[in-house]
Design a protein around this ligand. Structure first.
Ligand code: NAD
Ligand code: MG
Length: 360
């Protein structure tokens, strides 16, 4: 096991990465504020892993309230959040009850938001069970639910007390979800670490074959970068926005096709190709860079061709994104592989060309 630390001005927390961590309650016990926890999970993850965690805690004298939510992004809503509160109240959970999120990003985001709100804030711990959650959503304290008018529109910045990433939980993850997580992994290489990008090119087959050593290294490198970026800019007023590489295009794909048609990671993958194509059109990336990016994304089992939404719909959807700042589309682009920048003055003509070009 390795432990990273996310350092914030007023707090910080450990990120443990290793194999078999679910069976090590000693990692959790010192973090609990009392001898009672509520474990929030969903109906897919519960049959796989809930009993192991519950047993490990109960044998140590911890009272456990399990809360099993319906699966899926469709349920990342007010009703499901309220169900968490209903159970917490019925079970007389107090301010010292720790919430544990056992699941992917949907469970993690909802549990974190519930923890931020319940009795004005209770401690919470993330045990991410998808690759996407391990490299991205469990770290950094963004929590939210969706509103019918927009994804992640209601939420809070609320940091966990710890993140425990057990690589073995990925054994049961469907291949398509693993690839979706790899999109975010590739994103880290592209935005800030050319050497890691090259390592990914050499290890993409091992990662897809779930070589644990390779996966563990990838999760570690991504968490190091995310912890570093969030440590500099917790509330996304500056450098944290670089983590949105591919996401403005990606969110347009998700919304344009209807949420859930493409997985988030798939939309981000095609979105990163469009960000790279835009950077290429500006003369920043070489032909060979664009080819490398497309090849790696494709080798990860991800789409490199975006759906044809029509330029007008693309622009409308992109301007609805949360990343819009004072009416201007703000894009994260690449000066080179491993160096992302925020661009706010992109000529409209370049975007028009890319959105009607060969990558659509
Ligand atoms: P998810 O939570 O829906 O999980 C994907 C699927 O895999 C689900 O069906 C889930 O039940 C299943 N699953 C989870 N773990 C499993 C396992 N170990 N074995 C088998 N099946 C398993 O999706 P996700 O990709 O993990 O997360 C996406 C969510 O994360 C979105 O709602 C997104 O908005 C959010 N997100 C948040 C942040 C953040 O910073 N807070 C960052 C990125 C994404
Ligand atoms: Mg993302």
């Amino acid at each position: 096991m390795i432990t990273l630390n996310l350092t914030l001005p007023d707090a910080g927390y450990p990120i443990h990465i290793g194999q078999g961590l679910l069976d090590q309650p000693d990692l959790l016990l010192p973090l609990l504020a009392s001898d009672k926890v509520a474990i929030v999970t969903n109906e897919v993850v519960a049959p796989l892993y809930l009993a192991r965690l519950v047993d490990a805690l109960r044998t140590r004298g911890i009272a456990v309230v399990p809360i099993v939510l319906p699966d899926g992004e469709d349920h990342k809503d007010w009703q499901t959040l309220n169900h968490i509160f209903d159970v917490l109240l019925a079970e007389r959970c107090e301010r010292s009850t720790t919430l544990i999120a056992l699941g992917g990003g949907v469970v993690g985001d909802m549990t974190g938001f519930a923890a931020a709100c319940y009795q004005r804030g209770v401690p919470f711990i993330q045990i991410p069970t998808t690759l996407l959650a391990q490299v991205d959503s469990s770290v950094g304290g963004k929590t939210a639910i969706n509103h019918p008018q927009g994804k992640n529109m209601i939420g809070a910045f609320y940091q966990p007390r710890a993140v425990i990433a057990d690589m073995r939980l990925l054994d049961s993850l469907p291949d398509r979800e693993l690839s979706a997580g790899l999109a975010e992994v590739i994103k880290y290489g592209l935005l800030g670490d050319a050497e890691f990008f090259a390592w990914l090119e050499a290890h993409i087959d091992a990662l897809r074959a779930r070589d644990m050593t390779a996966l563990e290294y990838a999760v570690r490198r991504c968490c190091e970068m995310k912890a570093d970026i969030v440590g500099q800019d917790e509330k996304e007023t500056g450098v944290r926005a670089l983590l949105n590489l591919g996401h403005t295009f990606g969110h347009a794909i998700e919304a344009g096709l209807g949420f859930g048609t493409w997985l988030h990671g798939e939309a981000v993958a095609a979105g990163m190709v469009l960000a790279a194509a835009t950077s290429h059109a500006l003369g920043w990336l070489q032909d060979s860079d664009l080819a490398r990016i497309r090849a790696l994304i494709s080798a990860a089992g991800l789409p490199i061709q975006a759906p044809d939404l029509g330029v007008e719909q693309w622009l409308t959807l992109m301007s609805h994104d949360k990343k819009v700042h004072q009416g201007k589309i703000r894009l994260v682009l690449l000066q080179q592989i491993g160096k992302a920048v925020i661009e706010e003055t992109l000529p409209r003509a370049i975007l028009d060309d890319v959105l009607s070009g060969p990558h659509i």
